[in-house]
Design a protein around this ligand. Structure first.
Ligand code: GUN
Ligand code: ZN
Length: 437
């Protein structure tokens, strides 16, 4: 068994930071060692040159060694949609996204883009994501296959959509049930793969299809459920027209039994008090997608309001409505969204959110988002002096919090010196997929 010791400044959260200076919420070791064997972290502590004999020592000093980032909402088929000009949600879907997604009926195209997507995530320090595929089962097949080749822990699902989209992008209630069921049987719990039942959103699913989603959730309670909720005002109005019997948008999903601790609701911006209360009561997760919400002009997520109501919260890129694969860029834009709301996101909380916080939102905190012994060795190594601009600013940095804030404000993939997946370096090698097996 190959054993590796990563030496550097180690940072891992224990709990959600309560305030800017909450030093009890994390472990920080100035000259630390993360000992890895068999893809797992076996110990974390001060570096000891005599310990771990036989292990290969990789010296990452002066960089920060943190858990790999977790992205809780992204669309892999939108790699060639990202940066599409001049639209809001519904016309952006119609004009750019739906036509692009029709290409994923071709399994070869799906495999190529899936490979690019996973390598891009790794280059940005992201080691786990909750991912939408397209309506085509072959897109999910391709995605899980490529993730397995890279040993990456990925949550994904075939999108269910049977109306309000081009013909090449529609399934039926029955076929969406059958295809999802077959994919769950093949992939959920295989290696590091986990399945998310994925009705795209209320607008693209008939009531009959949401009944099928309900059946799948009931039959597979250990799978995730991911969808979109209250992202945009026009979307909410159309949903109200399509489901006139529902009390509100969230009630559409509630009436089909889609709420719960494994349910991830992308955006969750324009919510009523009742919706927030029901989200909290059902342990459902509201996923903040700041770069997307700003880019599509969707609105400003109310972090403080959701927190006050006890709603579980996560943060994500939402590529390709989102404009960057980097969780550092995402945290930066998140900070700005909250600033526009008169709210503050402190640096410890930011880094907690992108690691252990998102792991909690996915109920995976025993495996990822942490450097605690026993967890998977999915790790990002961050260089706070990656660019001349960052290096110059670092000359004035006096605390860990200031350094983290610099990383999120000025950092991107250049600040990720290395990424480890399952204990192996994947950023600085020709193709991470070549190294599996
Ligand atoms: N709502 C339904 N589909 C999508 C999508 O692909 N991206 C975003 N941002 N919102 C959606
Ligand atoms: Zn989305």
């Amino acid at each position: 068994m190959t054993e590796t010791i990563l030496r550097g400044r180690v940072l891992s959260f224990r709990s959600e930071p309560a305030h800017y200076d909450d030093m009890d919420s994390f472990l920080y070791i100035e000259d630390g060692a993360v000992h890895i064997a068999g893809g797992k972290i076996v110990s974390v502590g001060a570096f000891d040159p005599k310990a771990g004999e036989g292990a290969t020592v990789v010296d990452h000093r002066p960089h920060l060694i943190v858990p790999g980032f977790i992205d809780t909402h992204a669309h892999f088929p939108q790699m060639q949609v990202i940066a599409s000009w001049g639209a809001t949600l519904l016309d952006w879907l119609e004009k750019y996204t739906f036509p692009e997604e029709t290409r994923f009926s071709d399994p070869e195209h799906a495999a190529t883009i899936a490979g690019h997507f996973l390598d891009t995530l790794a280059a940005h320090g992201t080691t786990t994501a909750a991912v939408y595929c397209t309506v085509h089962p072959q897109s999910a097949e391709a995605f899980f296959t490529e993730a397995e080749r890279r040993n990456m822990a990925m949550i994904a699902g075939k999108v269910m959509m049977d109306r309000n989209a081009p013909k090449g992008l529609l399934d039926t209630p029955e076929s969406s049930y059958d295809d999802s069921k077959a994919l769950i049987g093949k992939w959920h719990g295989r290696g590091r793969a986990l399945y998310a039942i994925t009705p795209r959103f209320a607008i693209t699913s008939t009531p009959e299809q949401l009944e099928m989603a309900e059946a799948l959730v009931r039959e597979h309670p250990d799978c995730y459920l991911q969808t979109h909720l209250s992202e945009n005002k026009a979307e909410i109005e159309l949903t109200r027209q399509l489901y006139p019997g529902a009390r509100d948008y969230f009630d559409v999903y509630e009436s089909y039994g889609l709420l719960g601790a494994k349910s991830l609701f992308g955006h969750a911006i324009h919510l009523t008090k009742r919706e927030q209360k029901r989200m909290a009561e059902t342990d459902s997760v509201a996923v903040f997608c700041p770069t997307s919400n700003l880019f599509l002009g969707s609105g400003l997520y109310d972090e403080a309001g959701l927190r006050a109501d006890g709603v579980r919260r996560a943060i994500a890129t939402d590529v390709g409505g989102g404009t960057n694969y980097s969780m550092l860029r995402t945290l930066d834009e998140g900070y700005k969204v909250l600033a526009l709301r008169g709210q503050r996101m402190d640096p410890l909380h930011s880094f907690y959110w992108a690691t252990l916080g998102n792991a909690h939102a996915l109920s995976l905190e025993d495996r990822i988002g942490t450097l605690a012994p026993g967890s998977n060795a999915d790790i990002a190594v961050l260089d706070s002096r990656a660019t001349p601009v960052m290096a110059l600013r670092m000359e004035r940095v006096k605390s860990l919090q200031e350094e983290l804030f610099l990383l999120q404000t000025l950092g991107d993939d250049r600040a990720v010196a290395e990424t480890y997946v399952d204990g192996r370096p994947v950023k600085n090698c020709a193709s991470s997929a070549d190294r599996s097996g």
